[in-house]
Structures are given as C-alpha cells and as structure tokens.
Write a protein that binds this ligand. Structure first.
Ligand SMILES: [Zn+2]
Length: 493
C-alpha cells in the first residue's frame, strides 16, 4: 500500500475525484436500469457536469503529481498510482476543452441519430455525424501525439501502450487460424449451425432462477454484488464493495440470457477481487479493457461453455426450464456451442467472433488514416464481411450500422474485445497447467480458480499496465497461440 508521505497526501486529494467517479457510475447504472424514460435530458446534464468537475479536479493535481514523480522512493503500488494520474493529466492537458466539448456533443447527438438510422437502415442519416466524429478523433490523435500510426493514440486510451504493429502481429496468425477452424467445423458438422432450443420460448421468472443458479455456481457474493436487467448487459463498480451486473431477457434462445449473466459475472469477479486497500484510488479498477474482457470471456467461454460447467448448471436448467429436460447434457453442450458465420457481432460464437472484430479494426484504421472515406464505409463493410466470414449483409442495419461504438466516439475500442479473447486463452492454458482448471470446474471448485485469478491478477487492480501485468503472469504478452490451440482442441478433435 502507500507509504511515501507525498503519495499518501496525494491519495487524500484524489478522494473527491473518486467520489465523483463512483457517483457518476451510479447515475449511469440507474439510467440504464430504473430511471423513468422522460428523465434522460436532466440526467445527461448531471453526467456532463460531473465529467467537467472531474477534469477540473484532475488538473489541480498537476503540481503534487510532479513532486511525487521526482521522488525515487516509491513502491509498485505508488508507481502505478502516479502512472494513472499522469495518463489522465496528460490527456486533459493535451486535448483542449473545445475539442472535448465537440466530442461530447457529437457523441450525444450522434447516438440519438444512429438509433434512428439503424432502425430505418439508412446510413445517410448517420453519415454526417460519423464524418464529424472521425474528423474530431483525428484531431484528438494529433493533439495527443503518437509514434507510427495516428490510430495508436486512440487505442492507447483503452489499452495502454498497444500499437497497430502489436495488433497486426496478433491478428494476422489469428485470422488465418480462425478461417481454417471455421471451414473444418462447418464441413465436419459435429457442432451444429442451428439448434431447436434456439426457438423455444421461456418465462422471464424461470430464466431469472436459472441465472441466479448460475451465480451460485460461480459463488458470487450476496452482500457486495447484485444483478438487474437492461437492454445491453453491462458491469459497473461503485467501489470494491459494490459491484453490479445486468442481464437481458429476450424470451427465447435461453443461452443469450445465461451467457450474458456469466460474461458480466466474469467482469464482476475481477472488480470484486481487487485488494480493498486500493479503494478510493484510480488503482481500484481493471488495468485495461482487454484484460477486463479477458476475464469475462474466460468465464463465459472457456469455463461457461465447457462440458464441466454444463454439468454444474444442468440440474438448475431442467428444474426451471422444463423443456430442457428433453435434451441431454451433451445436447445442451452442443446447443451453447453452435458455430455459424453470422452478420451480427454480439450474436457471434467463439470461432467467428474475432473475425467480426478484425473487420472493424481494419475499417477504423483506414478511416483514421484518411485512406477510406466515411461514404465508402458501408460497401467496405460488406466486402470485408464476405472476405472474413463469407456472408454479405442485405442492408446497413445488419452491416455498418449495427454497433453503437462509433456514434459514441469509441474509436480504437474494438480491438480490445479480441485482445481479451487472446489473453483469456493465455489464462486458460496457464491455469489448466497450474491447477487442472477443467477438473476444478467438474468438482465444483470454482473458488480455486477465483483464488488463482485474485492472487495473480485481480488484487493488483490497475497497478501494472496490461503489458507489465502479462509479462509478470505469463512471461509474454498478447500471444494468440493459446487461444488458437484451445479452439483447435475444442472444435477439431
Ligand atoms: Zn465484456
């Protein structure tokens, strides 16, 4: 923990900032779950004002941070604390308020228009906002500065120190391995492309009991964790002792609700296992989006879609969803592991998911470099879909308009989903060797896996950068080999 008196003093000064962030998280959680529909305008103002207060306060810490920065007498936790503050200060110093305001306004307006455009499947409505957003993002990259590709400046906000060279190195072998696996899975027919269970309707109350049963299997704590409902599931943390997830109920194809719950629980386990002594500091969060996503995908796919996990939840499934009783554990396993090239990223399976990400990465990189015009994005999207997945969207709603990210200015974000899968593969290999992961799941010893993750990763919060953390745990960073081997082993043998 903190020992250097200058750092202890700085941590006290940071506390109001933590309180603003914690309050903002609660406002956002409420907005997505229980807020009356008509309250969005005032909530938007409240959130924007908290944001401004945060920026002002962080810049007031400049002198104290530079004083500590000169001191060599710091431990790892203190170094991490300073690193994170410097990242925030650097951002708000370099990006002028006018640009920030433009980004914020374009995101708010653009998101409203994007919803309409997607509903009408009419890209021309969204196009001017996306053009504006790409222009602002290019300005942001210029202000922030970068080595190599301007896209590096944008990705760094979500995944510290990641570059296009890194991502190209990771994606290139992954893309060819995935296409090879996909082709073989489809021709072997061992895993179905569709399953009758996809069309069976369920009662929401019964599905809720299934999800609660899954939370029990994952030993989610009762006093510091809760689950609610929202259209797009998410996890949020108000503090180490208040972590919340949401799930969704579409009324059929129960695996969607079940695996949203398991996915978000994976994010929550990370947040809940951060060392409580880091609370009230910026260290009490995941170190990057990629590492955060590695945890959710690890629980959702590597554990959640394994035969061993199905065995654990099968009694809860047949007790609550009576129609499942007509299917064996093995049938349920095949249902949750169906593989099919599809148009929509959020519905994609383990084998095809990363191909959806590669498409977005390729497009964004070109848009930011000015090698592709926004007006060309819909047709470029269709061509890349065909190249990567062999399917072609019939309209822009199932093509270029499907994801919310661009409207909100989250450009440079998508790659972290795949980086998460890559890191999850590294965890799978490592934990399997360290403590027989699959055996532990089969025996219901989920606690052993959680403890391993806590001791090696979670307790540190954001103390180490994602690259430092991986080097400490694995001795290497972002190696796609383990994900590829896991998929080959699962789907081709
Ligand atoms: Zn996630």
């Amino acid at each position: 923990m903190f020992q250097n008196p200058l750092v202890i003093d700085l941590a006290e000064k940071y506390k109001p900032l933590w309180a603003l962030e914690s309050s903002g998280a609660l406002l956002e959680w409420d907005m997505e779950t229980y807020m009356p529909l008509g309250s969005s305008a005032s909530r938007g103002v409240a959130l924007a004002e908290t944001q401004l207060m945060k920026q002002e306060r962080i810049l007031q810490l400049v002198d104290s941070v530079s004083k500590v920065d000169k001191s060599s007498d710091v431990n790892d936790t203190e170094r991490g604390f300073i690193r994170l503050l410097k990242r925030d200060i650097d951002y708000y110093t370099k990006v002028p308020p006018k640009l920030l305001e433009g980004l914020y306004r374009t995101a708010t307006e653009g998101t409203v228009i994007w919803r309409e455009a997607r509903q009408k499947s009419d890209f021309s409505l969204f196009r001017p906002y996306l053009e504006k957003m790409i222009d602002l993002k290019r300005q942001e990259a210029e202000k922030l500065g970068y080595k190599g590709h301007p896209y590096n400046a944008l990705m760094d906000r979500f995944e510290e120190e990641i570059t296009t060279d890194d991502v190209d190195r990771i994606f290139s072998p992954l893309a060819s391995a995935l296409r090879d696996i996909l082709e073989k899975v489809l021709s072997a027919g061992k895993f179905p492309t569709t399953h009758p269970l996809e069309h069976v309707k369920y009662e929401e109350a019964a599905m809720k009991r299934v999800n609660e049963d899954a939370l029990k299997v994952l030993s989610m704590p009762k006093r510091t964790f809760r689950m609610d409902v929202s259209t797009h599931p998410f996890t949020t943390s108000m503090s180490v002792e208040d972590v919340r997830i949401t799930t969704r109920y579409e009324g059929e194809d129960f695996k969607a609700s079940l695996y949203s719950t398991v996915h978000e629980s994976g994010h929550a386990i990370y947040e809940l296992q951060i060392d409580p002594s880091l609370d009230y500091t910026p260290l009490a969060r995941a170190t990057s989006l990629g590492v955060h996503e590695s945890q959710s995908r690890f629980w959702e796919n590597f554990i959640g879609r394994s035969r061993e996990f199905i065995k654990q939840i099968y009694p809860g499934l047949i007790a609550n969803l009576h129609f499942v009783a007509g299917y064996s554990e093995e049938e349920v396993y095949r249902y949750v592991n169906s593989v099919k090239p599809s148009l929509i990223r959020v519905e994609a399976d383990e084998v095809t998911y990363n191909l959806h990400i590669m498409l977005r990465y390729e497009l964004e990189k070109k848009l930011i470099a000015g090698e592709l015009e926004v007006s060309e994005a819909p047709s470029a999207w269709r061509d890349l879909m065909e190249k990567y997945l062999g399917v072609r969207p019939r309209n822009d709603a199932e093509g270029v308009l499907q994801d919310v990210h661009w409207s909100g200015g989250l450009i440079g974000y998508f790659a972290t989903y795949s980086l998460g899968n890559v890191i999850a593969g590294m965890f799978y290999d490592r934990i399997q060797r360290d403590l027989d992961l699959r055996g532990a799941v089969a025996r219901g010893q989920i606690g052993k896996i959680k403890d391993w993750l806590k001791d090696n990763v979670h307790k540190y919060g954001a103390t180490y950068s994602p690259k430092e953390l991986q080097k400490r745990v694995f001795g290497e960073e972002y190696n796609p080999r383990w994900l590829i081997e896991y998929l080959q082993d699962k789907y081709l043998t």
